[in-house]
Design a protein around this ligand. Structure first.
Ligand code: FES
Length: 204
């Protein structure tokens, strides 16, 4: 199923499953296929932490992997994207990621980039909207376009009820989604490999 397709969010259980499968099967970047990573069946079944190599991830590209049946996006932001992110703060519902209703943001991601400082340009978030569980679409192109404000600096648009998120996964004010996208616990085990679902404090 294409992420672009409108879906019925009233059927939440089906929706999350459908979006998750779609997201993982897609394994897209910002417009192009680059990876077909799949965690082992044993890791998926156990909900275990999942390793992901990001050595081939280029600026502007996003890959999707799976952790605990959920799509996890890994986006390597360009210098231009990074420069635009701080501008969004006045328009965001929770710019400092202090809310805990939907998910608690790890301390190392409570910054405007919502990322670890050793790889500040790399965003790691669960690609599920905090409203009713749709999977938002990439909207990396800046400027005026349908369903988005004219001053759009890139981010994500949830197709179900129009919630918008910036390139750090932070939800804009006055949208149905009550919280930012979830940053899962994660850590780098080398310069080009990270593990999702685990950090220095243990497993999520
Ligand atoms: S599920 Fe309703 S806005 Fe995302």
């Amino acid at each position: 199923m294409s992420n672009e397709k409108q879906v019925d969010c009233g059927r939440r259980g089906l929706l999350v499953a459908t979006c998750a499968v779609g997201g993982v099967a897609g394994l897209t970047t910002a417009g192009a296929f680059v990876s077909t990573f799949q965690p082992s069946e044993r890791a998926k079944a156990a909900g275990a932490p999942v390793e992901q190599d990001i050595s081939s991830l280029k600026p502007g590209q996003k890959i999707t992997t799976e952790w605990r049946g959920k799509p996890v996006w890994i986006l390597k932001r360009t210098p231009e994207m990074m420069a635009d992110i701080p501008k969004n703060a006045p328009e965001l519902a929770d710019p400092n990621s202090e809310r805990t209703q939907f998910s608690e943001t790890p301390d190392y991601a409570k910054n405007e980039y919502r990322s670890r400082k050793e790889h500040q340009d790399v965003l790691v978030v669960v690609g599920i909207c905090s409203h009713l569980g749709c999977s938002p679409n990439d909207r990396f192109q800046t400027g005026p376009q349908p369903s988005l404000p004219d001053n759009w600096d890139g981010g994500f648009l949830c197709p179900c009820h129009g919630s918008t998120f910036d390139l750090s996964g932070r939800v804009f004010k006055n949208k149905p989604a009550p919280d930012n996208l979830q940053v899962p616990r994660y850590m780098y085990i080398s310069d080009t490999k990270l593990v999702i679902g685990k950090d220095e404090k243990g497993e999520a």
